[in-house]
Design a protein around this ligand. Sequence first.
Ligand code: FES
Ligand code: FES
Length: 169
Amino acid sequence: MNQKKVLMNFRVNGEEAQVAASPNRLLLEVLREELNLTGTKLGCDDGSCGACTILVEGVPSQCCMMLAISYQNREITTVEGLAQNGQLDPLQKAFCTEGGQQCGFCTPGILMAARALLLENANPSVQEIGQALAGNICRCTGYTKIIAAIQRAARDYQEAAEKEDRVAI
Ligand code: FES
Ligand code: FES
């Protein structure tokens, strides 16, 4: 049954957005259908594949199971929020260089889980990457290239940080 729409306020990728939506709309639906942020994918629709992973205040969260109305004014980051000033994030570049995107369907969710990992752990081991991606299922050729891409991104972030330090001195 359609419920009466209410106005909801969101903060997505650093911008404010207001949406009129039924209280039973899922955050995934609001992002994709109301805000046109279609990078976040719908896979299993039951919280088990990770394709819909976004960050809520930096924490990877599966938005196919979340009521939009409960996430008003929280800091939400979708895959569209990774690129800055028209430049891909080093993590996105590393996926391209290492061929980690494969068919690409799971890639947005994996990028978000990996981003959260690298914010917490600048130099994760293969095992730690595996643990961070435990909720993200890829149905393509496997995880070897995905893991290589995350390791490359970790190196690239560190090199960029060292360069910035040198410039500051
Ligand atoms: S679509 Fe959300 S976990 Fe699969
Ligand atoms: S790249 Fe195709 S599902 Fe992962």
